[in-house]
Design a protein around this ligand. Sequence first.
Ligand code: FES
Ligand code: MG
Length: 577
Amino acid sequence: MSRQKAAGELRSARWFAPDDLRSFGHRSRMMQLGYGEADFHGKPVIGILNTWSELNTCHAHFRERAKDVARGVLQAGGLPVEMPSLSVDESFTKPTSMLYRNMLAMETEEMIRSHPLDGVVLMGGCDKTTPGLVMGAISAGIPMIYLPAGPMLRGNYAGRILGSGSDAWKYWDERRAGNITDQEWIGLQGGIARSAGVCMTMGTASTMTAIADAMGITLPGASSIPAVDANHQRMGADCGRRIVEMVWEDLTPDRIVTEAAVRNAAVVAMATGCSTNAVVHLIAMARRAGIDLTLDDMDALGRTTPLIANVRPSGKDYLMEDFYYAGGLRALMKRIEDRLDLSCMTVTGQTMGENLEGAAVYNDDVIRPLSNPVYREGSLAVLKGNLCPDGAVIKPAACDPRFHLHEGPALVFDSYPEMKKAVDDPDLDVTPDTVMVLRNAGPQGGPGFPEWGMLPIPKALIRQGHRDMLRISDARMSGTSYGACILHVAPESHVGGPLALLRNGDIVRLDLPARRLDMLVDEAELARRRAAWTPPQPRFERGYGWMFLQHVTQADQGCDFDFLQTDFGRPAGEPDI
Ligand code: FES
Ligand code: MG
């Protein structure tokens, strides 16, 4: 350990060291907690930002895990302080947890800045908690380690392995087709989520924690360890020990989250099969570090990076538990190391290349060799065209190839309830070529950019045996979803994006190889429709929702608040009294 800092230079010393009335107050309050001066004075104070709650099922193990972190901090000579943080959960939050990602980011940044902390361990994992915590901590700028919650165990019912999300959608379609009994349905319900931890498909949670790992802000390979594995406890204690050293080394996030590290993260995201949500979050995190990652950058990486993690939903066969046993993220990164910048600094104080030394793949069917990828290119593709001038995304690997070049008539819905009603109508006028469209589901329209983008297949088609169709929306979709779904249409319809002008029966054309999405409607007609368009009522007129609508950016910009972006205004700096 290269010790670069003296005790008097600790950030917390500004609270605890001066011989003045204010510091007397701070010291006396630490003593109120039962600490003597030797416990806190001159020691790195480590905030353990814990997004535990009884309604965050994915973080059910975090109360215990925070103790493991604290044990490590104490062993290394620091003082651990656990701080409850906004527990943005995917399981219950309505209309969508995405509405609160930025709230967690704000809370994280402000709680760090305003308290006597020298370093932080960020405990998250359920989808939005990773970007929320990381965005805030990058802006706050003190040493940090991200502790990923880890995936839950494989789901299991009646001899069948079940994957989070993906199998819920799959068996729901079977139930609607009349192929599943009530008893089986209840059995699936009890088997699909059977331990603490995040969704164990390569959904948003596992994609985002892999991104954090690849960016160098977790301990190496930490993102792959199942939540309830004893290795996860030991990893927690390791985080505690390491963050204390990082404080002495003054290893701040700006030295780790560089342009090259963000690019590594994007490449790894593509190689894992990458939830579409990763694009929005990665852009937002990068921008906090002052890096202008664009949708076009993501598309370029998507075209050249093979998908080698055979993990559902993009892969066919396996789940995160299998991925861990096959060597986990370090093994995957080792396999694509010539596509990565191995000189990037990481939280270990060593480079990414050093962290990957000795990593090996133990099962070539789970982590495929480059000569036998799951998909040669394109975990993710970015589309442009007159329906989405600022971009839209699709996951080619998760959709039926017959839709890659497609033309069909639009069937447009203005709201989720309207669409839900229609899809259950057995007489709905729909063919396998129909392009189903949902609008008013973006950052402003949803509101909050909900995961409605895997529009349900109409019952009329399900009964004919169809399980996929081309769908378009300005919504997101769950990372565990699949199908021919075009998402994140920007600008969204609620703010007058061209999706607002589409009408039933208009022909929509997708040309995936050319990355184009267009409506075949002439410009004069579109101009007429544009002139007749009136903006809808804002979704919120008070409170946090109102603030969200005033400041959220569009999907292609990462949906951060404009005023939280790094180039907005003078840096906040340290509190001066
Ligand atoms: Fe928490 Fe999926 S619900 S990660
Ligand atoms: Mg999800």
